[in-house]
Write a protein that binds this ligand. Structure first.
Ligand code: DOR
Ligand code: ZN
Length: 457
């Protein structure tokens, strides 16, 4: 752990909060960003360690609005300690933890337990998310005010939708007073039924029950109507269908307080992967078909959906990228496709897989950084913008990454306890080199090069 002053030299500095994209230096000390720009050696204090940033990108640390850290209750799937190491390795400096824990995060005591655990075990900032309903059961609103005072980042029953429209309406009503968004996992279960993958030709070919796009879109449409009637703050979790994008666009055009997120896997992986060929244009099932690591909610969808989501993200209709990191133990996945748990372990592959969009010129590097930093910070609220900027005088939460570094995903090397990803064995281009939280290096990866210390050479 390095706490002393650091200077990163000659890196590409991308700071969407200041419309900054230029090669320069960044000086860090006392846990803060002290200066950015072209820094002469006179302005660097003696004893400062020098990181060679040539060919690297420096940006505000990534903020994940949606991940599952499983603690308390499911420590055999993930812990705050392991999840935070996975986050740091993935370039994330802030992780918002979903409340589908046991007990669920529906009262101040559980919020305080997580905050305490995070102080003890976590390498990154952890922000608990409070339940919308008591016990996540969907019958009665949680004590939202108590949860807000305890410091939750927003509210969600993720893993399940807020199915009762009147409860969702009440929650949205309170959200504006509390200044916190309601993040809904939009899934009309009377439409998704027993579906395990996206409805479409692949599901038909494999004989698996499909989940129609309408299961998502119907609830988004409902929630937008409720946001309009209440003036509440709606955040739509993990968009997965082409049809969801225009719903969010129109809501924004009408000036409603509606935001949305999309996950790395919905931007880069299609339902073809369930056939077993890792996306190879197979039309028949391969020997690895029914690979349960592809089972996730919402499901992987068609290329048409993927392309619409990328466009929505690029033009800003979708505000941010969130991982929905959903680690599971082996036994929850080593069963039939129907029985397997939904979820993908994402934190450690997020940047590498998203960089594919940049390398293919589908998304600019600046937009990618924006959607991982300022985008989520704006949804959290004004006070969090401080974590999404390289402005001198603010907290030094920083990621350094190499956009050209090629590597092969090997889940045996994951920090996360969840090895459940269809990307195991695939090649990615783009890797985190270092992650800095409050001025401390919390992850020091391949490619981090120190030069002679200033004043001690
Ligand atoms: O795939 C998913 N896994 N989707 C969710 O909404 C919940 C999550 C989990 O908790 O495993
Ligand atoms: Zn969800």
């Amino acid at each position: 752990m390095e706490t002393e002053s650091l200077v990163i030299r000659q890196a590409r500095i991308i700071d969407p909060s200041r419309d900054l994209d230029q090669v320069g230096d960044i000086l860090i000390g006392n846990g803060e960003i002290l200066a950015t720009g072209s820094l002469g050696s006179d302005s660097i204090p003696d004893g400062t360690r020098v990181i060679d940033g040539t060919g690297l990108v420096v940006a505000p640390g990534f903020i994940d609005l949606h991940c599952h850290l499983r603690e308390p209750g499911f420590e055999y799937k993930e812990t705050i300690a392991a999840g935070s190491r996975a986050g740091a390795k993935g370039g994330f400096t802030t992780l918002c933890a979903m409340p589908n824990t046991d007990p669920p995060i529906d009262n101040a005591a559980v919020v305080e337990f997580i905050q305490q655990k995070a102080r003890q075990d976590s390498k990154v900032r952890i922000l608990p998310i409070g339940c919308v309903t008591k016990g996540r059961k969907g019958y009665e609103l949680s004590e939202m005010e108590e949860l807000a005072s305890a410091g939750v980042a927003c509210f969600s029953d993720d893993g399940d939708p807020v199915f009762d429209a009147n409860l969702m309406k009440l929650a949205l009503t309170y959200s504006s007073d509390l200044g916190l968004a309601i993040s809904n996992h939009c899934q009309d279960k009377s439409l998704s039924c027993n579906g395990v993958m996206a409805e479409g030709p692949v599901a038909t070919h494999l004989g698996l029950d499909g989940i129609p796009a309408a299961a998502e879109e119907a609830m988004i449409a409902r929630d937008i109507a409720l946001a309009e009637s209440t003036g509440g703050r709606l955040h739509v979790a993990h968009l997965s269908t082409a049809g969801s994008v225009p719903l969010v666009r129109e809501a924004k055009d009408r000036g409603l307080s509606v935001t949305a997120e999309v996950c790395p896997h919905h931007l880069t992986v299609t339902d073809q992967w369930v056939l077993g060929g890792k996306g190879a244009s197979a039309s028949v099932a391969g020997s690895l078909a029914y690979d349960t690591s592809t089972k996730v909610y919402p499901p992987l969808r068609s290329l048409n959906d993927v392309e619409a989501l990328i466009k929505g993200l690029a033009d800003g209709v979708i505000d941010c990228i969130a991982t929905d990191h959903a680690p599971h133990d082996l036994t929850s996945k080593q069963v039939t496709y129907q029985d397997a748990a939904f979820g993908i372990s994402v934190l450690e592959t997020a940047l590498g897989s998203l960089m594919q969009l940049v390398h293919e010129s589908k998304l600019s590097m600046v937009a990618l950084v924006d959607r991982l930093t300022l985008g989520p910070a704006k949804i959290l609220g004004e006070s969090y913008k401080e974590l999404a900027t390289l402005q001198p005088g603010t907290t030094a939460d920083i990621v350094i990454f190499d956009p050209e570094h090629e590597w092969t995903v090997d889940t045996s090397q994951f920090e996360s306890k969840g090895k459940n990803t269809p990307l195991d064995g695939t090649k990615l281009k783009g890797r985190v080199v270092a992650t800095i939280v409050g001025g401390t290096i919390v992850y020091d990866g391949p490619g981090l090069q120190f030069q002679a210390e200033k004043g001690r050479a």
